[in-house]
Write a protein that binds this ligand. Sequence first.
Ligand code: ATP
Length: 359
Amino acid sequence: MKVPGIHARLSTGFERFQLDVALELPGDGVTALFGHSGCGKTTLLRCIAGLQPCTGRLSVNGNVWQDDDTSLPVHKRPLAYVFQETSLFPHLSVNGNLNYGYRRTPMAQRRIHPSQVIDWLGLSHFMDRRPERLSGGERQRVAIARALLTSPRLLLMDEPLSALDQTSKREILPYLENLRDTLDIPIIYVSHSAAEVARLADYIVMMDQGRVVAEGGIQETLARPDQPFALEEGAAVIVPAVIRERDPQWHLCRAEFDGGSLWLRDDRQPEPGSRVRLQILARDVSIALAANHNQSIQNLLPARVMDMAAEQRPGMTTVRLQAGQTSFLSRITSRSAHQLGLGCGMDVCMQIKSVAIVE
Ligand SMILES: Nc1ncnc2c1ncn2[C@@H]1O[C@H](COP(=O)(O)OP(=O)(O)OP(=O)(O)O)[C@@H](O)[C@H]1O
């Protein structure tokens, strides 16, 4: 038997676009499909859902959905698909919408109960309301709940937050984090928001022109200087950390990661002991040969140069540094890299100008 997880080798095409992917994705947690507009993210989701004819093979946690001889039609694939725009029934209350999904699922296949989704997505206080009396974020939570009540074995989400304003996005993200940590099914999440991906995903697939250009665990993959998005303006790494102390006098808190500690602004006032994901932009990390305390940057950490990649943009170099088991990216000018004599294996001091908790 195949090991659990999603195994996909799929090809399809249109007149001016060809998709060819081979993927081995984890059988649980959130996998982000990430890439520029038009790279084929939605087309890949539609192939997985059986909505787009394609050739190849697809198995999901040991169940073959498509191979050279057969392809399960969309209604036989136990999956749920959440889109950018919700399609709730306007004439039914939240309760009625949820029951619709639940009742259509044969009794023997029901693994998720309405009381669970109401709890996971915080719906209890608007069960009697119709969709028109809900905010965009609340409607999307109901749509996700209804999708889950079909007890899917795979959840596909295509830009589920992109129609929402910033406030609604902020409100819904903790619910999605909760689902990621609670559900035992894989979620494939399409987004071109680096911030959403950084916050939600465990695994990332980067696509370009119908092909996979990088894939792997979110932390390792974002930290690869050779992955295409490392060379872009917003390139950043994600560092899992634990808040250890708060310093009220200076409005700072200390987050400990595998390799050291970082001080950051205490705006969100996280409780000591809480787990956070930190985002550190490559452009906020500079390099010195020795720690210089006569300057304003608070976070100075010993690190080792692991890789260096010249950027497509002339004159810039992306450097991967390692502190403990944690990788960071630094974007510096190629002249600085040359003047410092940087090379793989060198021990340096990493200066981190800004650290944010991912929101
Ligand atoms: N039905 C279709 N007929 C012809 N071309 C199509 C069709 N559907 C998609 N395409 C083309 O296939 C390519 C990939 O489209 P797709 O929607 O998968 O990209 P995407 O990465 O999801 O983009 P976005 O982030 O903008 O949603 C695009 O060039 C698109 O124009």
